[in-house]
Design a protein around this ligand. Structure first.
Ligand code: ADP
Length: 459
């Protein structure tokens, strides 16, 4: 498998290699264009000095003189007009040199071998230890004509430098590779950890741990990953709780229905009991029906699909209609209802908003005290309307208030168990209000009452 780790190392080393080649080509071009002529001139001067000195001092022993010059770092080739050759200093690797060049130099010309050395891509003429790569000058000594060819002995001049630079190069390459290997491990490790974490997440294990102390993009990524893991864990918990709640809420009316139908089969029960059992069964069926309707609505709200059919409608009239429908329930409980519902038009989904008012009003009735009161108000302030449902009901504790919009949450069962409900109503209310770009707030005091205020944008 080509891991990121291997790829990174191969690419980095490849880049080093390519940069080395480029650097070589650039510096070689620089040598060919700028340094070569300079080098040629410098060595021509040296060769001419040797020739002049030899010519001006006929008494010196030429061989000894050239020997001593070669010892300070030159490679020398001397040839006379009879073709007698003498070499001084480090031997040339390649001794080939055309006869015509020697002839020309013997005849008084200067040979610029260093300047004329062929320009090749991967060859730096500076280091070429060849007879062609020399400066040739005519030399006269004691009346004899010679051709003198000279080049600096690179090995002699640069031997230690060579070794030094060689070591620097080799060491820096080795160290760079080692550092690349270590550094890449450090870079790639968090990615491998993230892969491991992703695998354990997909296996349902949300307990992942990642290094979030890094202050770079990978640290940021780990941070976001952990946030996502926590969120997924919460959602998974919610899903499990939701399923167990649904199962419970479907199971309990079904067992009630089963129990009462068993009782109905008994011939010995009287008419009164029969009517009572049938009414209980009907109640349970009603509860199941409400539950499934609410679940369906929640599912479609959750899918966020385009279930909203917005249009301009009159909220005041909608609420008055709703109040009329609940009139019997209100008077049955002896509740006093007052309202101020002016005609105000807003843009929204009338059917979904009707569900909101229906839930809030039915809760205000359900959780009210006998002979209590309810007040419903609509107010328009700037670009929003505020719909208030105020009741003098059983109220809620602060701890309960925090949870009333959670699915299936029903406050203190001891107080509400006598009241029919699913615990889904307010979560539906909150979702619909949010979908309309609105906001819902609650104030409540235990045993005193509750106020629900829905704020909706007019447009
Ligand atoms: P339910 O079907 O139980 O009424 P809701 O989601 O409508 O479900 O309400 C959640 C819980 O919030 C209720 O069970 C009740 O305990 C509390 N609650 C809601 N409205 C009121 C209210 N007006 N007064 C007191 N408690 C309320």
């Amino acid at each position: 498998m080509k891991t990121l780790y291997v790829k990174f190392i191969v690419i980095t080393i490849g880049m080093m290699f390519i940069s080395f080649i480029f650097a070589f080509l650039i510096s070689n071009t620089y040598y060919q264009q700028k340094l070569k002529p300079f080098n040629d001139q410098k060595n021509t001067k040296v060769a001419l000095n040797i020739a002049t000195f030899s010519a001006e001092h006929p008494k010196i022993n030429l061989t000894e003189y050239l020997e001593s010059i070669s010892e300070v770092g030159y490679q020398i080739y001397l040839v006379d007009s009879n073709g007698n050759e003498f070499f001084f200093g480090e031997p040339f690797r390649d001794k080939s040199l055309s006869g015509s060049i020697k002839e020309n130099v013997l005849n008084g010309q200067i040979f610029h071998g260093i300047l004329r050395y062929p320009q090749e891509t991967f060859v730096t003429g500076f280091f070429a230890n060849e007879l062609r790569n020399t400066i040739g000058v005519p030399l006269k000594h004691n009346g004899r004509n010679f051709a003198l060819f000279v080049r600096p002995d690179i090995k002699f001049l640069f031997y230690e430098m060579h070794i030094l630079f060689g070591w620097i190069l080799v060491l820096s390459i080795i160290l760079t590779i080692v550092m690349v290997i270590i550094n890449t491990k450090y870079l790639v490790k968090p990615i491998s950890n993230l892969t491991k974490a992703t695998k354990s997440l997909s296996n349902g294990d949300f307990n992942v741990e990642l290094d979030i102390t890094r202050h770079d993009e990978l640290g940021e990524l780990s941070h976001s990953f952990l946030r996502m893991a926590r969120k997924l864990e919460q959602m998974d918990d919610m899903r499990k709780e939701f399923i167990s709640n649904i199962s419970h809420d479907i199971q309990s009316p079904l067992s009630n229905i089963k129990g009462y139908t068993n009782l109905l089969e008994n011939d010995s029960i009287n008419k009164e009991e029969r009517t009572q059992y049938v009414s209980i069964i009907n109640g349970e069926i009603r509860r199941l029906s409400t539950l499934t309707k609410q679940l369906l609505l929640l599912a479609s709200l959750d899918r966020n699909e385009d279930i909203m059919k917005k249009r301009l409608f009159n909220v005041g009239q909608q609420l008055k209609e709703l109040v009329r429908n609940y009139q019997w329930a209100i008077s049955e409980k002896g509740i006093m209802l007052s309202y101020s519902l002016p005609d105000i038009e807003i843009i929204g989904d009338p059917s979904l908003l009707n569900t909101v008012w229906d839930n809030l009003l039915s809760n205000a009735i359900k959780y009210n005290k006998p002979n209590g009161s309810i007040e419903i108000l609509i107010e328009k302030r700037e670009e929003s309307i505020f719909v208030t449902f105020d009741d003098t009901g059983i109220g809620m504790k602060n701890t309960e208030l925090e949870r009333i919009f959670d699915r299936f949450y029903r406050a203190d069962m001891a107080r509400t168990r006598t009241v029919e409900g699913t615990g889904l109503g307010l979560s539906i209310v909150a979702t619909i209000v949010k979908l309309h770009g609105g906001h819902i707030t609650v104030n409540s005091k235990e045993k005193v009452g509750s106020t629900f205020i829905v704020e909706l944008p007019v447009k």
